[in-house]
Design a protein around this ligand. Sequence first.
Ligand SMILES: [Zn+2]
Length: 71
Amino acid sequence: MGKVIKIAKHACICPVCHGNGYLRIATGDTSKDFRDNSKVVQCEQCDSSGELEIQEPTSEFLESFGSKRLQ
Ligand SMILES: [Zn+2]
């Protein structure tokens, strides 16, 4: 009974950490031992959530949307 209507989340995968919520950055020679020569830092871009909330549409977005041809 009753369909569950999913509301699209206004979020996208964080392009900085690729949805991981953290980044591994090199601290030394990663060609020897990547794990020993790198460290994990929390992603500041998405506050370690791995997702970014979609901001208000930009004017470019609105323009591209408005310029779409109707068929
Ligand atoms: Zn991130």
